[in-house]
Design a protein around this ligand. Structure first.
Ligand SMILES: Nc1nc2c(c(=O)[nH]1)N[C@H]1C(S)=C(S)[C@@H](COP(=O)(O)OP(=O)(O)OC[C@H]3O[C@@H](n4cnc5c(=O)[nH]c(N)nc54)[C@H](O)[C@@H]3O)O[C@H]1N2
Ligand SMILES: Nc1nc2c(c(=O)[nH]1)N[C@H]1C(S)=C(S)[C@@H](COP(=O)(O)OP(=O)(O)OC[C@H]3O[C@@H](n4cnc5c(=O)[nH]c(N)nc54)[C@H](O)[C@@H]3O)O[C@H]1N2
Ligand code: SF4
Ligand SMILES: [Mo]
Length: 719
């Protein structure tokens, strides 16, 4: 900076960043930074972003409270000799949990981690080391780049990252071959919008203005959700479906559509495979509206009306039907088949042919990032293992930490756990086993975090992580079509490091000779953008540095519109068409009303909080204040409450064979009889130190090996 350019008092600069939280919206963010102090003084939405259009959700609008929280972890720490693992209360860095730790330097931390990992790998084999990460950041670099290279080169167990979306993702890909759907901007052209297992207002708020615009033009909004979300309350119609029965509803709709000959025969012939078999199956009596009404709790005449309205949308000058399918429906035991069944509806009616028609579960398939170049799985061959390491399903972490290694074919037990981008002590199902495993004295645990989470309480070494304001990254989205570059707005706070810096430094300590461990952020961004795929053509780091974002180049029709699956060339399935077989089936979840005994008769929805991001933000006072109405609360229907002598405000115990938690009952109209609901929170901020995942099982979904949070039976009694 020349003398004439020295920043004046009060001078600020604006930095273009991207919200990296695990949310479909991936907002464009503007950060105002005081140039004298280097401190961020304002955060706001970027008004030039065509989808997120200048506003942030309530969580990130208050992001500076989180970045500059007095509770941020700012330097490495080591567990004091003799200090027990596990919760010690809550107070942040100055609180009781900090008493178990002592400050160390980064050099000491890296030396100790490298030495311990080496000795564990020597004694038990490198597969005894388990990385555990998910989506603290969904930036390409932060989510998985240098970390993956590091663990591949080490020969560590591979983590199957199933915790969120693999059931629905694999289901969608089995039908279409790729995760694509209508762009959010195109929802304005829809005449009927089904929000199916998605909480738009809470989890995907930037879609809402497009839905509202469609409604102003006459569209009808129908929400299918066992819980009366804000989205459901604002809809034209709310269908409070019984949890886990969506496949039955979709098959019932198909039954009506096919019985009445409302399919688009021309489109079906051009673009699908297996129609005759699906038709015969859907027309079976168990998929009649009357039978489906019994399973789903939705009246037969409503199913018939919905099916006709859905099928006739797009015809004779009517505007088409859009389905916003979100990941809610696949967190259940039949979830893969549910997603398959719903995803087939527009293949039968041909809704894809019209702008705004189709089904959007995820748009992530529009981004041809070169993850192979970024993550380099071939490094496993250079590891001491010399082959692909075993795979551990993250949805069964408890088993991995308590039972793996018991059988000879398992390979070694897990002796080191390296957690980053995740808070498994709070978010993983079957928490009792998870915590029992993390408590083990013979388990060496490293946690890279921004806060003293429930997981940090089990760390042997605790490392400070940077936030997205402190990091350069490139990002796609799963709810729109813009690739974006996020510039660092501020220097890392304290001694915090981002994920790339951490694993790059650790690779040097381990003595890994490969040059790829010295790649910097810019090199990594270049590598992931260089895919050679036409959809990314012209999208380079330099362009994104200048323009901040670029829309992926999907193929367009004569009118200039990109209409996924409007023609056969969009499909990436083996047959090159939309695959309707194997037919989607409805099997009631083992833990659902169809199979409930008298011991645990209530279906439990352990839902996300609207003002937190999974467990993130749960410790920030501003966010706790916004969430106060439902934090620590069990929402019940009056019939279930009356049967148990429970009134609003009563302390209740919610329990099943796996555990028990304490909540305060609120009787309201958010849930139907037979369903109760509570929110995900930190354990140590919950009564008696246990959150909703004390009650969830580690049973897996029918497709994709995902968790089944929403297939959980419980009983409730007054405390
Ligand atoms: N505010 C906020 N936003 C978030 C998150 C957050 O925690 N808070 N999390 C982020 C993450 S990680 C993700 S994956 C996305 C997910 O976003 P969504 O897919 O919207 O996920 P959920 O909130 O799990 O589920 C959506 C709705 O499905 C309903 N549901 C539950 N079971 C069933 C069922 O069997 N059938 C039907 N039809 N509906 C059912 C739930 O009641 C819920 O209202 O949101 C992201 N955005
Ligand atoms: N009961 C119940 N359980 C659930 C769900 C539910 O709906 N109900 N939802 C499930 C779903 S969909 C998901 S996706 C998972 C989410 O599970 P996680 O991905 O574990 O999500 P978070 O709870 O948000 O924890 C992310 C952690 O990463 C940290 N972090 C953020 N950025 C960085 C970074 O750059 N580096 C490092 N090292 N750390 C960082 C944050 O501080 C935070 O503590 O939870 C699942 N669990
Ligand atoms: S959490 Fe989602 S809605 Fe909120 S700012 Fe981030 S990307 Fe936008
Ligand atoms: Mo998720």
């Amino acid at each position: 900076m020349g003398a004439s350019q020295v920043a004046q008092p009060g001078a600020t600069k604006t930095v273009h960043a991207v919200c990296s939280h695990d949310c479909p919206d991936s907002c464009g963010v503007l950060v105002t930074v005081d140039q004298i102090t280097g401190r961020a003084v304002k955060i706001e939405g970027d008004p030039t972003h065509p989808v997120t259009r200048g506003f942030l959700c309530g969580k990130v609008a208050k992001y500076l409270d989180r970045v500059y929280s007095p509770d941020r972890l700012l330097y490495p720490m080591r567990r004091k000799r003799g200090a027990a693992k596990g919760p010690a209360g809550y107070g942040g860095v100055s609180g009781r949990e900090a008493d178990a730790f002592e400050r160390i330097t980064w050099d000491e931390a890296l030396d100790e981690i490298a030495a311990r990992l080496k000795s564990i790998a020597d004694e038990f084999g490198p597969e005894s080391i388990l990385p555990y990460s998910y989506a603290g950041t969904i930036g390409q670099l932060g989510y998985g780049s240098m970390d993956r290279r590091f663990f591949y080169r080490l020969g560590a167990s591979q983590l199957d990252r199933t915790i969120c979306s693999t059931a629905g993702g694999e289901a969608l890909v089995s039908v279409y071959g790729v995760k694509l759907g209508p762009a959010p901007e195109d929802f304005v052209h829809a005449g009927l919008i089904l929000v199916w297992g998605g909480n738009v207002h809470g989890n995907n708020v930037h879609l809402w203005p497009f839905i509202e615009e469609a409604r102003r033009a006459g569209a009808r909004l129908v929400v299918i959700d066992p819980y009366r979300t804000r989205t459901a309350a604002l809809a034209d119609e709310h269908l409070a479906i019984n949890p886990g029965t969506d496949a039955a509803l979709a098959l019932g709709m198909m039954h009506v559509i096919l019985r009445e000959g409302l399919e688009d025969a021309g489109y079906v012939a051009r673009c699908t495979e297996g129609f005759a078999e699906l038709k015969a199956y859907a027309l079976r009596p168990e998929h009649s509206p009357e039978a489906v009404a019994r399973a789903t709790g939705i009246a037969a005449e409503v199913i018939v009306r919905l099916a006709r309205e859905y099928a006739l949308s797009g015809r004779k000058g009517r505007r088409p039907a859009a389905i916003r399918l979100n990941y809610g429906i696949q967190r259940s035991q039949n979830g893969g088949n549910s997603v398959r069944a719903v995803a087939m509806l527009p293949l039968i009616t041909g809704a894809w042919q019209y702008k705004g028609g189709g089904v959007q579960l995820s748009t992530s398939g529009a981004f041809p990032f070169n993850s192979k170049a970024l993550q380099m799985p071939e490094l496993m061959q250079a590891s001491p293992l010399g082959r692909a390491a075993r795979v551990v399903n993250m949805a069964q972490l408890g088993r991995a930490l308590t039972a793996l290694g018991e059988k000879a074919e398992d390979g070694p037990p897990v002796k080191a756990l390296f957690v980053y981008n995740s808070n498994p002590a709070a978010i993983a199902p079957n928490q009792n086993d998870v915590l029992r495993g993390m408590q083990r004295d013979d388990l060496f645990t490293v946690v890279h975090e921004q806060f003293f989470t429930d997981t940090a309480d089990y760390a042997d070494i605790l490392l400070p992580a940077a936030t997205f304001l402190e990091t350069k990254d490139v990002q796609g989205a799963y709810g729109h079509l813009f690739a974006q570059l996020s510039e660092p707005a501020i220097a890392p706070l304290g001694e915090a490091r981002n994920n790339v810096a951490l694993f790059g430094a650790l690779a040097q300590r381990m003595g890994f000779p490969e040059a790829c461990f010295r790649d910097d952020e810019d090199a990594l961004i270049d590598q992931t953008l260089a895919s050679g795929n036409a959809w990314f053509s012209g999208i380079t780091r330099e362009r994104l540095e200048r323009e901040h974002r670029a829309r992926v180049q999907l193929p367009t029709n004569a009118a200039g519109d990109a209409l996924p699956f409007s023609t056969p060339d969009w499909f990436r399935t083996p047959s090159g068409k939309g695959e309707l077989t194997p037919v989607p089936v409805f099997n009631a979840p083992a833990e659902s009303r169809a199979n409930a005994g008298s011991a645990y008769p209530l279906e439990f929805l352990p839902r996300k909080a609207d003002n937190y991001m999974n467990s993130t933000f749960a410790n920030i006072p501003a966010h706790q204040h916004m969430q106060a109405r439902t934090a620590g609360v069990l929402e019940m229907h009056s019939a279930d409450a009356a049967a148990r002598g429970i009134a609003t405000g009563d302390e209740v115990e919610v329990f099943n064979a796996r555990g028990r938690i304490a909540l305060r009952a609120v009787i309201n109209m958010q849930v139907q009889a037979g369903v109760v609901s509570a929110r995900l929170d930190w354990n140590k901020l919950s009564a008696h130190g246990g959150n909703v995942n004390r009650l969830t099982s580690d049973r897996l979904t029918d497709i994709g090996g995902g968790p089944t949070f929403y297939s959980t039976l419980v009983e409730v009694r007054r405390a």
